[in-house]
Design a protein around this ligand. Structure first.
Ligand SMILES: *Cc1c(COP(=O)(O)O)cnc(C)c1O
Length: 401
């Protein structure tokens, strides 16, 4: 990849996404489930650039959304409403209303109180709303606590007994149509066993619902499939699919999978330019023009991203922290990584930045967000302009008196 040419053309800091790599990941996962009817519903929050969503829509993907803004993005990008899901623990009334009016595939409901709201809103609209219930199987996914979601101590989903009550209520309601069951135990999963165990618990629940004449059509396995950031061993799509399918023997359902990170993380690069080097005592810092407001994961989760100097890897390397200009000690992109001696305007590339990168960005310190570029068939094209100072103050300026 010609990072130098991209930096010259688009400037830095810059997000770069390899759409061809995203296609490969998509096909790998889709084909792992080929023995079964399935829908891949791309988890939009991982990378919500319209052109990225459209790329997946063109491959046949649906969209898993966690706000009505994401639903609107998915529609704009060409995802058909019948492949759109709406998940999340805290949906507002107007979001629920719009989701029902848009006639999306279903709403993933995460509490009894939410079910009541959905029912009341559907009733006002004189509609029946298709729903799925997110079950919290109380399984430890063995991932970072911030991205674990399937334990009772996490805010997501409802217990089995509660879910059962909710299905019975839904079945007896004129305004609710229970069509699916959902679980999502966490992100960056690298062990198969917790996924298998969760799937087994949810499949058992499904069978017990069948016994009381509640027939669901969709088995929604969430997302969470991990990727390699460093040297972790990951689960293959084939093993993942087999583990899930093995729990569904004798059940005829459409599988819904909500991959985010798996499709986009390793397709993305964050390109940043060296401003200076400095030493505080023995400690070496490389100060770059990208910061925590561009790529928050290191600061937020202490996440590891592989980092390299562009076309400078022959020189002797020494230990450094790579930090940005933001006024926080927590503003770092990499700690204790090995880099050659770097000069003003040298480029540094951060790998695996395609998921939870740009989307978690902010304007902290009045820093404009990076531009985003897509690569496809060897061509590069801008898919989001670099923000300007005027963009940053647009909503405040008129109030200055
Ligand atoms: C975040 C999320 C996903 C995607 O998770 P990844 O780890 O990126 O695959 C899928 N489903 C739900 C409900 C989510 O909240």
């Amino acid at each position: 990849m010609d990072f130098k040419a991209l930096a010259n053309k688009y400037n830095t800091p810059l997000y770069i996404y390899d759409l061809d790599y995203m296609s490969v990941q998509y096909e790998k996962l889709k084909s792992a489930f080929k023995a079964h009817s399935s829908i891949m519903a791309y988890a939009v929050k991982a990378n919500s650039n319209l052109s990225v969503i459209k790329h997946f829509a063109d491959l046949g993907s649906g969209a898993d959304c966690v706000s009505i803004g994401e639903v609107r993005r998915a529609i704009l990008a060409g995802v058909p409403p019948y492949k759109i899901l709406f998940s999340g623990v805290g949906k507002k009334d107007d979001e629920i209303k719009e989701a029902i009016e848009t006639d999306i595939l279903y709403i993933n409901v995460e509490s009894e109180a939410e079910l009541n709201r959905v029912e009341a809103i559907a009733k006002e609209l004189n509609k029946r709303c298709r729903i799925s219930i997110r079950v919290n199987p109380n399984i430890d996914p063995k991932t970072h606590p911030y991205i674990s979601t399937g334990l009772h101590e996490n805010k997501f989903g409802v217990e089995i007994a509660t879910a059962k009550r909710m299905y019975i209520k839904s079945k007896n309601s004129d305004n609710l149509d229970p069509v699916g069951i959902h679980f999502h135990i966490g992100s960056q999963l690298t062990e198969l066993k917790p996924i298998y165990e969760a799937s087994e618990i949810v499949a058992d629940m499904l069978r017990s619902l069948q016994a009381i004449d509640i027939e669901l059509k969709f088995f929604d396995i969430g997302g969470g499939l991990g990727v390699q950031y460093d040297d972790e061993t990951t689960i293959t799509p084939y093993d993942y699919a087999q583990a899930i399918l093995s729990t569904l023997k004798g059940l005829e359902l459409t599988i819904i999978c909500e991959p985010g990170r798996f499709l986009t993380a390793n397709a993305g690069y964050f390109l940043t330019k060296v401003l200076y080097e400095k030493k505080n005592g023995e400690k070496r810092f490389v100060i770059v023009d990208g910061a925590m407001n561009d790529l928050l994961r290191p600061s937020l989760y202490n996440a590891y991203h592989k980092i390299e100097a562009v076309s400078k890897n022959d020189g002797e390397k020494s230990k450094a922290d790579v930090v940005g200009p933001v006024c926080e000690s927590g503003d770092f992109i990499a700690k204790d990584c090995f880099l050659p001696s770097l000069e003003h305007n040298d480029l540094v590339v951060v790998h695996s930045a395609g998921a939870y990168g740009f989307g978690m960005g902010s304007n902290y310190n009045t820093r404009a967000r990076s531009a985003e570029v897509a690569l496809k068939n060897g061509d590069d094209r801008l898919i989001r302009k670099r923000e300007s100072f005027d963009d940053l103050i647009a909503l405040e300026k008129e109030f200055l008196d």
